[in-house]
Design a protein around this ligand. Structure first.
Ligand code: HXC
Ligand code: NAP
Length: 286
C-alpha cells in the first residue's frame, strides 16, 4: 500500500513479533525498509521467525527474548536494539494472552495472568521506551493492538476486555501527555484475523465451525493479515504524522453489526418486505 521506502531507516520493536499478526506486520515493515526487533518468551520460535523474515525480505531482524511482564527484560530489549541499530523509532505493543472462560470459573491468578501480559506488558514497554525517547528528545510512534471489545466489552473474555480497555485508556492519555515530546500514540482494534494463537484459545474444537466469525461480519469474511499490516505500517510511519490518540477499527463492520438495534432485520427475506411495507403504511392513521 505504501511506497517501498516508507519506513526506510526506521527501527521498530514488535512485542510478540515472532508469530501471527505480529509477524505479518513485521514482515511488511521490513519490506518497506525498516529494521526490526522482535521479542517474546520463546527464544527458538523467535530465532526461527527472524531468520525466515530476513530471508523473505532481505531486511535486518534482531530477536531478543523478553517476557513483557518483567520491566528489566524490557529495558534489555531497548539496550539491545540501541546496540544493534543505534536508535528506535517505533514500538508496536502486540504481545497478548487470552482464552475463553465463564468468569466465575477463573482463579485470581488466571485473571492476573492476562492483565499482566496485556496491560502491564504494554505499560512496561511504553514506559521504558517513552522515558528513553523523552530523555533523548527523539520523535517516536507507539502503536497498540487492542480489540473492538476494548470499547464494547465482551462476555467470556473478561480479563482480556479489562486489559485491552486499559491499553486503550493509556493510548488516549499518553497521546495528550506525550504529544509535546513528538511521541504519537495510536491503537488498532482488529476484528477476526485467523491465527493459530488466537483460534486455539478462543475457538477450540468445533467452536470455529459453530461460531463462524464470517457470519458476524457485514463483509461476510474474516480479515487478511496484509490488510492489518497495511494499516499498521501507515499508522507507525511519518505519513500518519498528524494522527495521535486514535483507535482505528479494522473489522469489516463487525462490532457495529452487533450494536445497531435493528441490524437483526437482515435475516428477513426480501419477499417479506412487501408485506411489512403494507402493514407499516396502514399504520399511518392509527
Ligand atoms: C481457565 C486458565 C486457562 C483456561 C490458563 N488458565 N488457561 N484458566 N481456563 N483455558 C489459568 C491457569 O490455570 C493459571 O491459573 C493461570 O491461568 C496462568 O496460566 P499459565 O499456563 O501458568 O500461564 P502462562 O504460562 O503465563 O500462559 C499464559 C496464557 C497462555 C495466556 C494462559 O494461553 C499463553 O501463553 N498465551 C499467549 C498467546 C495467546 O494467548 N494468544 C492469543 C491472543 S488472541 P492457576 O490459578 O491455576 O495458577 C487475542 C484476540 C482477541 O487476544 C480477539 C479475537 C477475535
Ligand atoms: P499470537 O500469535 O498468539 O500472538 C501473541 C504473541 O504474544 C505471541 O508471539 C506470544 O509469544 C507473545 N506473548 C505472549 N505472552 C507474552 C509475554 N509475557 N511476553 C512477551 N511476549 C508474549 O496471536 P495473534 O492473533 O497474532 O495476536 C496478536 C495481537 O492481536 C494480540 O494483541 C491480540 O490480542 C490481537 N488481536 C488479535 C485478533 C485476531 O483475530 N487474531 C483480534 C483482535 C486482536 P510467546 O508465547 O513466545 O511469548
Amino acid at each position: 500500500m505504501l511506497r517501498d521506502d516508507a519506513l526506510k531507516g526506521k527501527t521498530i520493536v514488535i512485542t510478540g513479533g515472532g508469530t501471527g499478526l505480529g509477524r505479518a506486520m513485521g514482515t511488511y515493515f521490513l519490506t518497506l525498509g525498516a529494521n526490526l526487533v522482535i521479542t517474546s518468551r520463546k527464544t527458538d520460535v523467535l530465532q526461527k521467525a527472524a531468520a525466515e523474515m530476513e530471508q523473505e525480505t532481505g531486511g535486518k531482524v534482531l530477536a531478543v527474548t523478553c517476557d513483557v511482564r518483567d520491566y528489566e527484560q524490557v529495558e534489555n530489549v531497548l539496550a539491545e536494539a540501541l546496540k544493534a541499530f543505534g536508535k528506535v523509532d517505533g514500538l508496536l505493543n502486540n504481545a497478548a494472552g487470552n482464552f475463553i472462560s465463564p468468569t466465575e470459573r477463573l482463579s485470581a491468578n488466571a485473571f492476573s495472568s492476562i492483565i499482566d501480559i496485556v496491560l502491564k506488558g504494554s505499560v512496561n514497554c511504553t514506559l521504558a521506551f517513552g522515558k528513553h525517547w523523552i530523555k533523548e528528545k527523539q520523535k517516536a510512534s507507539v502503536l497498540n493492538i487492542v480489540t473492538t471489545y476494548a470499547f464494547t466489552g465482551s462476555a467470556y473474555v473478561v480479563p482480556s476486555a479489562c486489559a485491552k480497555g486499559g491499553v486503550l485508556a493509556m493510548t488516549r492519555s499518553l497521546a495528550v501527555e506525550w504529544g509535546k515530546y513528538g511521541i504519537r500514540t495510536n491503537a488498532i482494534a482488529p476484528g477476526p484475523f485467523p491465527t493459530k494463537g488466537a483460534w486455539e484459545r478462543l475457538l477450540p474444537g468445533d467452536l470455529a465451525e459453530k461460531f463462524d466469525f464470517k457470519n458476524r461480519v457485514p463483509l461476510k469474511r474474516v480479515g487478511e493479515h496484509q490488510e492489518l499490516a497495511n494499516l499498521a505500517a501507515f499508522l507507525i510511519s511519518d505519513f500518519a504524522g498528524y494522527i495521535n490518540g486514535e483507535v482505528i477499527s479494522i473489522d469489516g463492520g463487525e462490532w457495529l453489526q452487533g450494536a445497531g438495534q435493528f441490524n437483526g432485520l437482515e435475516a428477513i427475506p426480501n419477499e417479506m418486505w412487501d408485506q411489512f411495507e403494507a402493514m407499516t403504511r396502514s399504520a399511518k392513521g392509527s
